[in-house]
Ligand binder design. Structure first.
Ligand code: DOR
Length: 448
């Protein structure tokens, strides 16, 4: 018997700040109906989720999948499978690959590769440099989610440090400008101090003194000032300090904001206390800061100063990460565990399910104008996640889907898991297994 429709019965649907007991009818790759009760007919395959929560698939606006050029760390295929296991059905990938995604040719090549191998819905940010404004202005805004600028150096050497170029980009680019903010001069100055003190053996706990609060604030406040001066649409990635929150507002709806902020899961989960046990595995740019910063980030998220929750999934091999501080690269794999970490936080009373859905599903769709995704709505693509909110599990090496085979969460016990994931109307993940056939699509953006 082949069915033309899927009927998901007895769901607790979390959507648009409400939780409703509903049935959902899926036809093809779209949601056909969401209502209190839908009676099954012979063409419907029925899935009774028995009162479990159902949320829209997450849209992660900041991942590094390392392809092309860095495929010893990860590939689009390996990491997009891990994303589905983590309830992330759509991702926006970063341009610091090799070659960098700073020309239309490279951007097209990445899309082509994803069309062949990605398991989750995909889109690719374009990278700004000191000399590619013409390329940026020629981009197709219905296909390119945003422009990424590194205002502090990180993996991939993509620093944009010419103030005239920056001003020109901010003045002329209509796309969202997503920025990595850390002040390069301050980082170099702090690094010199640490080097004089420790030589080649700088301890990892110096990382937040090198990539400091001051470095973050100087850079993000400059970006915000420039956006105010030029009218640019600025999105500040991975805010990591309490102090930066004063740069953002929560008195207008996201749709009206021209300056927005994002927090990543590692800055919400870890604090500088964890450097002792986790070492360079939690070396990130920006760095993990203090417990007080972490509390402020939770408050900023819950009070809407922060608009988006993302991962900054940035895998490196275990060998690369296990090197001494100076040589260990920054970043770590997160897409498989961000949602379980958030569900654990929900179980601890730190955030509501409605807020998680707002920040990780609805808001990325609003901010980037993602077409027909990010909500459980009739007519929208059927990207959704069934949650098992009470399931307790430990993050074990053998369960990791990341190509790099390690996780900063290894050994941590979560309460709250992804039970199964539906992508474009197809079940693509359940009980630890990713379906061998992909149903992924390119994201498009509703812009004129
Ligand atoms: O920690 C980080 N790793 N921060 C970034 O900005 C880049 C990322 C990477 O690509 O490794």
């Amino acid at each position: 018997m082949s069915y033309s429709k899927k009927l998901i019965k007895n769901a607790k649907v979390v959507n648009e700040n409400k939780i409703l007991n509903c049935d959902l009818l899926i036809h093809g790759n779209r949601i056909n109906k969401i209502t209190k009760e839908i009676l099954p007919t012979p063409e419907m395959e029925v899935f009774d989720v028995k009162g479990k929560y159902v949320i829209p698939g997450l849209i992660d606006d900041q991942v590094h999948f390392r392809e092309p050029g860095l495929t010893h760390k990860a590939t689009i295929k390996s990491e997009s499978k891990a994303a589905l296991a983590g309830g992330i059905t759509s991702y926006i990938e970063m341009p610091n690959t090799q070659p960098q995604t700073i020309t239309k040719i490279e951007w097209e090549a990445k899309n082509k590769r994803a069309a062949e191998t990605s398991y989750a819905n995909y889109a690719f940010m374009f990278g700004g440099t000191n000399d590619n404004l013409d390329e940026i202005l020629a981009l197709d805004i219905k296909r390119v989610p945003a422009l990424k600028l590194f205002l502090g150096s990180s993996t991939g050497n993509m620093l944009v440090d010419n103030p005239n170029v920056l001003k020109s980009i901010f003045r002329n680019v209509k796309l969202v400008i997503a920025v990595h903010c850390e002040d390069e001069y301050t980082i170099r100055k702090n690094f010199k101090v640490a080097k004089e003190k420790y030589g080649d053996e700088i301890p990892i706990f110096e990382h937040p003194a090198i990539r400091s609060e001051e470095a973050c604030y100087l850079s993000s406040s400059k970006a915000v000032a420039l956006a105010k001066e030029t009218g640019a649409r600025l999105h500040v990635f991975h805010v990591s300090t309490a102090k930066e929150l004063e740069l953002f507002r929560n008195d207008i709806p996201l749709k009206e904001k021209k300056i927005t902020a994002e927090v990543c899961i590692h800055h919400l989960w870890f604090s500088d206390d964890d450097y002792i046990s986790k070492g360079t595995r939690i070396k990130w740019n920006p760095s993990i800061k203090t417990k007080e910063d972490r509390i402020a980030l939770w408050e900023g998220l819950n009070s809407d100063l922060i608009d988006i929750l993302a991962t900054d999934h940035a895998p490196h091999t275990a060998e690369e990460k296990n090197q001494p501080y100076n040589n260990a690269p920054s970043g770590g794999p997160l897409v498989q565990h961000a949602l379980p970490a958030l569900l654990t936080a929900f179980n601890e009373g730190k955030i509501t399910l409605e807020k998680i859905v707002q920040k990780a599903c609805h808001n990325p769709a609003i901010l980037f104008n993602v077409k027909d995704r990010g909500y459980l709505k009739e007519g929208y693509y059927a990207d959704l996640v069934v949650l098992d909110i009470n399931k307790e599990f430990e993050v074990l090496k053998e369960d990791l889907l990341y190509q790099c085979e390690w996780s900063p969460f290894q050994g941590i016990k979560f309460k709250g898991a992804v039970e199964c994931t539906l992508l474009n109307g197809q079940w693509v993940y359940s009980e630890g297994n990713v379906h061998p056939k992909s149903a992924a699509m390119e994201l498009t953006f509703d812009r004129i």
